[in-house]
Write a protein that binds this ligand. Structure first.
Ligand code: NAD
Length: 354
């Protein structure tokens, strides 16, 4: 399919394909909306077999960021970048500099940060060429730094809210949670839930990683192919997107889906399938906003002095469960799937900023 006819286009304001011959950088910067503020969203460093995969990710993830930032009450629009890596995952300082130049050329309309495949030190290198980057190392007590632990904190609160809402339990003691992906986000969620006595089953395509975390937390590790069929109360997807497709949903044996991966639903109608099966779904861009709350406050503090201490970040992350409850209540009252309720709320907020 031609890149400009993909179904993932959604009135994006601007999409740049960046190629820098000298460094070998190939990247896409997708700006979905700046109606509420600069389009903020991280950069994914990934090897894509086909250009279509990279463009799809950039288009879908940038739209998701518009919705995420609106629902988190941030004065930010939505954008996202992907840097296309070769098979060996080569990422050089020159490539990061060329990428920083491309971000700077957008003149503050796009603000970048970490996503899959990126580290704090990558952001430091990018910051040598542009001011419009966050997720930079932070002083103790300030917002900023790796967004992963803050994303995990928001998901932890969101899972507890889902368990209270669906299972009528105010404790995680003995609640069975199956976690897909044990990286920055999934690992953080697992550690927080383990402290509360949840019964965890972990998986990662990096089996040694899942096994090591399982040993640390007294949890069970299963093969990556088995996690979606694991009988549990909560399935928590924290790896890559589109795991909730026809086959994935058919395998689920859970009452709740609540996790941090972006774009969990392969298509919007998969939210309808979850709803029809009576599975409570926490819309991904609502529950996983903790990281962008942290780095956006870091950026806004640097730009115009918005309060940015860690307590402000925690206060805003603690509002995630209330947003989820409002979505679930409306979903149940109207018999409309939670993803559609959330989309309508986000679209209204973005529309008000026009
Ligand atoms: P990460 O790279 O630290 O971890 C991802 C983990 O998932 C890796 O250990 C990887 O081996 C594993 N994995 C990949 N495919 C898998 C599969 N099919 N089954 C099981 N494990 C698999 O990335 P992260 O920062 O933890 O991000 C995880 C997800 O959360 C991504 O979808 C990301 O877009 C989303 N997210 C991250 C943040 C953040 O602050 N880091 C914020 C919002 C959303």
């Amino acid at each position: 399919m031609a890149l400009w006819t993909l179904p993932d286009w959604d009135e994006h304001e601007k999409v740049d394909v960046v190629h820098d011959r000298d460094s070998g950088l190939t990247a896409i910067i997708a700006l979905h909306s700046t109606h509420l503020g600069p389009g903020a969203g991280g950069t994914r460093f990934w090897h894509y077999a086909e250009p279509e995969g990279a463009m799809r990710d950039a288009l879908r993830l940038s739209r998701g960021m518009s919705y995420k930032n609106a629902m988190a009450g941030l004065p930010m629009g939505g954008g996202k970048a992907v840097v296309v890596l070769d098979k060996d995952g080569t990422k050089t300082r020159d490539m990061l500099h060329a990428f920083g130049d491309a971000v700077q050329a957008m003149d503050g309309r796009y603000v970048t940060a970490e996503d899959v495949g990126a580290s704090e030190s990558d952001m430091v290198t990018i910051a040598e060429r542009t001011d419009h980057v966050c997720g930079l190392p932070a002083q103790e007590g300030d917002a900023g730094g790796d967004p992963g632990p803050f994303t995990a904190m928001g998901i932890y609160h969101g899972i507890k809210a889902a368990v209270a809402h669906k299972l009528d339990k105010d404790s995680m003691q003995g609640v069975r949670v199956a976690i897909q992906g044990c990286g920055s986000v999934g690992g953080g969620v697992a550690r927080l839930l383990a402290k509360d006595g949840a019964r965890l089953t972990l998986s990662d395509i990096d089996e040694a990683r899942a096994q090591a975390l399982a040993e640390e937390l007294g949890a069970k590790a299963v093969h990556a192919d088995q996690i979606m069929g694991t009988p549990c109360d909560v399935f928590s997807p924290n790896a890559l997107g589109a795991v909730l497709d026809d086959a994935g949903i058919a395998r689920l044996d859970c009452r709740i889906v609540a996790g941090g991966a972006n774009n969990q639903l392969a298509r919007p109608e998969h939210g309808r399938q979850l709803h029809a099966r009576g599975i409570l779904y926490a819309p991904d861009y609502v529950i996983n906003a903790g990281g962008i709350i942290n780095v956006s406050l870091e950026y806004l503090c640097r730009r115009d002095g918005t309060p940015c201490d860690i307590n402000e970040v925690r206060k805003r992350i603690a509002q995630i469960p209330g947003r989820l409850d409002a979505i679930w209540e409306q979903s149940e009252a109207s018999d409309v799937p939670s993803n559609e309720v959330a989309d309508a709320m986000a679209q209204e907020l973005i529309g008000r900023g026009r």
